[in-house]
Design a binder for this molecule. Sequence first.
Ligand code: CAA
Length: 392
Amino acid sequence: MATMDQAVGTGVSFALTDEQKALRELAREFALNEIRPKAAAYDEASTHPVDVIAKAHEVGLMNLHVPEELGGLGLSAFDGMLVGEEVNWGCSGIGTAICANGLGAGPVILAGTEEQQATWLPPLLEEPILCSFGLSEPDAGSDVARMKTTAVRRGDEYVLNGSKTFITNAGYASWTVVFAKTDPAAGHRGISAFVVPMDAPGVTIEKHLDKMGQRSTDTSAFALTDVVVPASNRLGDEGDGFKIAMRTLDFTRPGTAAGAVGVAQAAYELAVEYAKERVTFDVPIAMHQGVNFMIADMATQIEAARLLVWQSAWLHDLGKRATLQSSFAKLFAADTVMKVTTDAVQVFGGYGYIKEYPVEKLMRDAKLFQIYEGTSQIQRLVIAKEIFLPRD
Ligand code: CAA
């Protein structure tokens, strides 16, 4: 297992470069000034934050990993993770909407040819258009290999049929990487990946899903009915799709885990402030051990989660396969944000349960981190496989 003591240079360093500090500052300012003021209204309405996305695009907080050769910033997993924490500190509904192009474009960046990258990535830089990651299906979420969507070769084209659901930003995406079976008898080895323009005939957005939390991120279901795409839209070879999806998730899980840390940090800050102000039995509740121990645990868990996130992103940037560390980070950060936000509601007492106070939203938002990009149970499964059936 690769460990932190393999740090570049003379030893372990937690220091950010000046560029990274500036990037984090930019994201924090954006979260404070552009995201937070609109978070409650978008949450209430469950509508897509078009204006905030446009501004995030304008200031350079989207599409961070598009290579420099294509005009992008070519930022590292670590840089993306720094932005992920801050924008989700602002609001994880809006934050996820902003960051999800990383997941959508991930397969093209990881597995696309130069020509495919030049076709699909530069338009993301030119205007605030969205892309999405079409993996999950009504009967195949955690168990990816059970997917039923098919892609049948017909000369220089493929014809796709099937349904996808729980797809972030799909209702507003210009294109989606759709995973489909090209050889239904071959299990995970029969899955291939295709870039599908969402305005192609036969693509139908079926519904916007009305979620408990992260309500300002669009999550949609869509159907593919005899959708024709050129064979040149296939990423990798036939049968590569499963591994392309897994490698993409290895890359994006640290960023998602960072988002969980951002939400936990927001809840912790609110709980600390409230504990200093709220008086019971003649003292601020922060003076009661029942409260300050909860807050001490929050701070400890957030710090531990952040370190796991930093480690997993750092390993990616060293070019190492970080499947295990990505799942450590995603699992721990997701479970941490659920615990921290639940305890923040507890610190606020009855007020915490009321929509007028911000921690109620944070607790609803937190739950999704234990579900999307692989449930907490799937992260444990990945970790157990890495321990008992290690791959090179
Ligand atoms: N990198 C490269 N290869 C990998 C890999 C990885 N991280 N993980 C597995 N593989 C390879 C294995 O080595 C194996 O290769 P061979 O064919 O050469 O033997 C092959 O892939 C199959 O691996 P497994 O036997 O481990 O596969 P499995 O069927 O048991 O499933 C799983 C593994 C981890 C459970 C996987 O199905 C999984 O990750 N499920 C969760 C999916 C998920 O996260 N979905 C969320 C979608 S994104 C989202 O949330 C939507 C959104 O828009 C927010």
